[in-house]
Design a protein around this ligand. Sequence first.
Ligand code: PMP
Length: 445
Amino acid sequence: LVELDRAHLVHPLASYRGHEAAGVRVLSSAKGATVTDAEGRELLDGFAGLWCVNAGYAQQSLIDAATKQLSQLAYATGYFGLGSEPAIRLAARLAEHAPGDLNHVYFTLGGSDAVDSTIRFIRYYHHAIGKPEKDQFISVESGYHGSSTSGAGLTALPVFHTGFGVPHDWQHKIPSHYAYRNPVGSDGETIIAASVASLRAKIAELGAERVAAFYAEPIQGSGGVLVPPAGWMKAMHAVCKEHDILFVADEVITGFGRTGPLFASAEDGIVPDFITAAKGMTSGYVPMGAVFLSDRIYDTIADGAGDAPIGHGQTYSGHPVSAAVGLACLDLYENGLLDNGRMAGNRLLEGLYSLADHPLVGDVRGRGMLAAIELVTDKERKTPLPAEADAGRRIFDRAWANGLIIRAFNQGILGYAPPLCCTEEEIDTIIDRTRMTLDQTLEDK
Ligand code: PMP
């Protein structure tokens, strides 16, 4: 398998460098929060796959839902006025849960095409209301909004831009709220004021009449689990409202219980114009993402701009098997999974904060079951681990040897997003194995 993998399988490229030499690690089975590799080693999955297996592995109700739907109706298009019961019911139940008037759901295959779809919806919306000059988009440094060409342009991680001609000239960034390494300091109010000032300045520079939308994650995930100060989303939302700029909350990671509630936007006290979601929606069992649209926007898009209706659709939008799993997932969230996630999230943060005294730990941050510790070689100076020494991959390997899967960002940030079904004992084991990994890393220095 290692040889075949090297020869033929193209992995997601940004994270694969460095792993290639060691050879692929083949996962062969999993149950709950425990994954077993091809050699029979059991590991605790502290990252829920890729922040997605919220319900844990081998959940019987999800397996049953998929299996039943596969034999009953394996496929139905949403084109030609056709549909399937699971897709309709899932959209209706999600609309009930979504904040405010986000009552309309467009299904995608994942997060990237959800983000990409919002860009098209927004452009079309402004075309339909006679404001086609609103064609500029703003997002936040360190943000991740997918790998589609337009989404990668909103993404503000340089590795996603190399060689692709993105960001496009209509895509702009403002500085991140990254509290631990913010030039304005770590005080929440100061950071919010700085972000508000940056957004206002960017809008003034472009001209408010030209700015279509602003994109933000409630917590920046792929940028290193950067948690904004409480009130940050609300303050940015208010600036957008003031200037008639649409607000997109990218909840591909934060949605579906990762930070506690079904949507982090609810906790942030905002009703965005769009929410994008994926991952936890089907707990990674089958591919599915979604765009939530407000009444006002959906009605305008659906009515169309007179002679020019919008063309936008995908073969697998509203796939009945994915929707059936989505419904079964919602049952789990409503019947204890969100509650367990909150309990386990408190335990996780408590455990990570107990590591704050460790000589390598510079920062601990998180909300619910989405957290990180940032490692430094000098706490006073906040010196990052040397990226050129592949620090991230080495810590990943060491954690793996200790029976733990975590996300190790190359600059020495360790990301945590365990399944929401974790027991307290499993969370404690994640912390113990992290401590062991840190001690070994320290010995190595
Ligand atoms: N937006 C955010 C905030 C994400 O975290 C991700 C994936 N990590 C995406 C979009 C893209 O989703 P996908 O990988 O399912 O295309």
